[in-house]
Design a protein around this ligand. Structure first.
Ligand code: PEP
Ligand code: MG
Length: 588
């Protein structure tokens, strides 16, 4: 891909959220209203496009006047004035001229040029301190969407995802936007908003595509289809790369591919430290189509199946039989190893299982995880029955998310027992000894791990949430992302407390949060006594190699040292020193 000699190379920086390098054209989507299709136009088509724009605006104005009249005759009051303001906007000469000149400058179709101008305008308005003016953005979005529709009177939807491979550049993406994007064409993505531990970033890592969040660029300033390089290792987005930059990145990508191939070839080697401590290395999955990657990675089972992603296809959880089928597929695919099915963890930044009448003021402290399941026993038992049905086909465990204390665990287990009773009476086979796990991701659960341990078979620490709740830092808020410290002394003490409580009661403790896949902290986690790490399949071979390079004795004494430190950076440095010494090639 050669860069145009006329356009200068521009580099934007953000937070690396998923490793890898992608090279391709940019597809831009901003916030507010959906992006239309984009295509290049030749010089001679510019006047035609400008004409199309004028026609769409004229038609919109006629529709608005019509609407205004209808509303006046119905209500007989001034509510219809709003449409007058919309018409005035469409008569604004500065705006109209700007769109015409953008069509010429961008050499892109009229609807996309209009979209870009309006998005820039909206961004400027959103930054105005006056709340009244800020609120007017909704009107502008509304009228803009109407104009966009009027480009397409043939009923074709104007929302467009490009046919070819592309890098997605967006203001923000929800986990469902990410999950529903066409994965075959998605080479990577960068967002203005977001943070490393948002579910959107987690999905990028699961898909194995590079990603950047918290980009220091207003995305809509970027011309769609611009050639670019996305560097998910350093968090750089480079537009119009020069030949030299392009070659540099092509060679980095080749080097990384070579390392990945080497690591993949070791996938069947035991994940054992040099002094013989064996760790279970399993995979996190969200979708059934990740199962191929799980087998390829050499994972010893699925340590976290995030079942809430079953909500994406319909708006509600699939029924018992459909769920049982999905769980069976996983169990059969991981052949002989354990599959840990986490019950529904909707809410927070993930899809809600049902729409609430009012938005929650603090969704992460609200209706999510086991709280939703316990409040909807019918739905909960359907899921438990489905998991039990699948348990007749292979090794399966059930795990409850966001447990905050013993009473929730006991209540959840009562439902499980009741489902077992029902299935027995219906002569349906299941594993009566199905292991029950608790996610330790709320500080109260970590502190009370000794009280929980007698009532469950394993702990899996959800560090993504455990960190956010322990240090009071929203995991998806880029403004406080710097304060989100996995090695905060409080976090490692809670991990240690959980592991110790588990081992005192003869149960194992694993980690399924993103920290499990971060090789900077593998020495620390092993030293703290964690016995299982569950990570996204793409990075699993790398974590396996890190484990094989470490000595448990060294990690354990480093962890003892770390537990005495007061600062997260000191703790991180203790771990990093070992990591750099033991596997420098993986750390590059
Ligand atoms: C966690 O919180 O660490 C976890 C694994 O769960 P999720 O990321 O799905 O909230
Ligand atoms: Mg969690």
């Amino acid at each position: 891909m050669a860069a145009s000699p006329k356009k200068p190379e521009i580099t934007y920086s953000g937070i690396p959220a998923s490793p890898g390098i992608a090279i391709g054209p940019i597809h831009v989507i901003a916030r507010g209203f959906s992006s239309p299709e984009i295509y290049h136009i030749s010089e001679k088509l510019i006047p035609d496009e400008q004409k199309r724009f004028e026609q769409a605006v004229e038609l919109t104005k006629r529709q608005l006047v019509e609407l205004q009249k209808r509303l006046e005759s119905l209500s007989g009051n001034d509510d219809s004035e709003i449409f007058e303001a919309h018409v005035m906007l469409l008569e604004d000469k500065t705006l109209l001229n700007k769109v015409s000149s953008e069509i010429e400058k961008r050499k892109q179709n009229a609807e996309y040029s209009f979209y870009a101008v309006m998005q820039n305008f909206l961004e400027a308005m959103r930054r105005i301190p006056d709340p009244y003016l800020r609120e007017r953005t909704a009107d502008i979005e509304d009228v803009s969407q109407r104009v966009l529709r009027n480009f397409h009177l043939d009923d074709e939807p104007n929302h467009h995802e490009p046919d070819g491979k592309h890098i997605l550049l967006a203001y923000d993406l929800s986990p469902s936007d990410t999950a529903s994007s066409n994965r075959r064409n998605l080479m990577g993505f960068a967002t203005e908003q977001g943070s490393v531990n948002s579910h959107t970033a987690i999905l990028a890592r699961s898909f194995g595509v590079p990603a950047i969040v918290g980009l220091n660029a207003s995305v809509i300033q970027v011309t769609a289809l611009t050639p670019c390089i996305l560097d998910g290792y350093s968090g750089k987005l480079i537009l119009n790369p020069t030949e030299e930059t392009f070659e540099k990145y092509a060679s980095i990508a080749a080097k990384k591919d070579k390392l990945q191939t080497e690591l993949d070839s070791k996938r069947d080697e035991a994940t054992e430290t040099t002094d013989g401590r064996e760790l279970t290395l399993s995979a996190n999955i969200e979708f059934l189509d990740e199962l191929k990657q799980v087998s390829k990675s050499g994972a010893k089972g699925v340590g976290l199946y995030r079942t809430e992603f079953l909500l994406l296809n319909g708006k509600e959880m699939p029924d018992e039989f459909e769920q049982a089928e999905a769980y069976q597929k996983v169990v059969k695919e991981v052949k002989g190893h354990m599959t840990i099915v986490r019950t529904l963890d909707s809410g927070g930044d993930k899809l809600p299982v049902e729409l609430l009448t009012e938005p929650e003021p603090n969704p992460f402290l609200g209706w999510r995880g086991i709280r939703v399941s316990l409040a909807r026993p019918g739905m909960f038992r359907e899921q438990l029955r489905a998991i039990l049905r699948a348990s007749a086909f292979g090794k399966i465990s059930v795990m409850f998310p966001l447990v905050s204390g013993v009473s929730e665990l006991m209540e959840a287990k009562e439902h499980l027992l009741r489902c077992m009773d029902e299935l027995s009476k219906e002569n349906i086979a299941f594993d009566a000894y199905i292991p029950v796990g608790v996610m330790i991701e709320v500080p109260s659960a970590a502190v009370c791990a000794d009280l929980l341990a007698p009532h469950c078979d394993f702990f899996s620490i959800g560090t993504n949430d455990l960190i956010q709740y322990t240090v009071a830092v929203d995991r998806v808020n880029p403004h406080v992302a710097k304060l989100y410290k996995p090695t905060h002394p409080a976090v490692i003490r809670l991990i240690k407390n959980t592991v110790d409580a588990g081992s005192n009661h003869g149960i194992w403790t694993g980690i399924c949060g993103e920290m499990a896949g971060d090789i900077n902290v593998t020495p620390l986690l092993i030293g703290l006594g964690v016995e299982e790490l569950s990570v996204s399949p793409k990075i699993l071979p790398k974590v396996g190699q890190a484990i094989r390079s470490l000595s448990y004795a060294q990690c354990a004494s480093a962890a003892d040292e770390a537990l005495k430190k007061a600062n997260s950076s000191e703790i991180m440095n203790i771990s990093l020193e070992i990591a750099r010494d033991r596997y420098p090639d993986l750390m590059e």
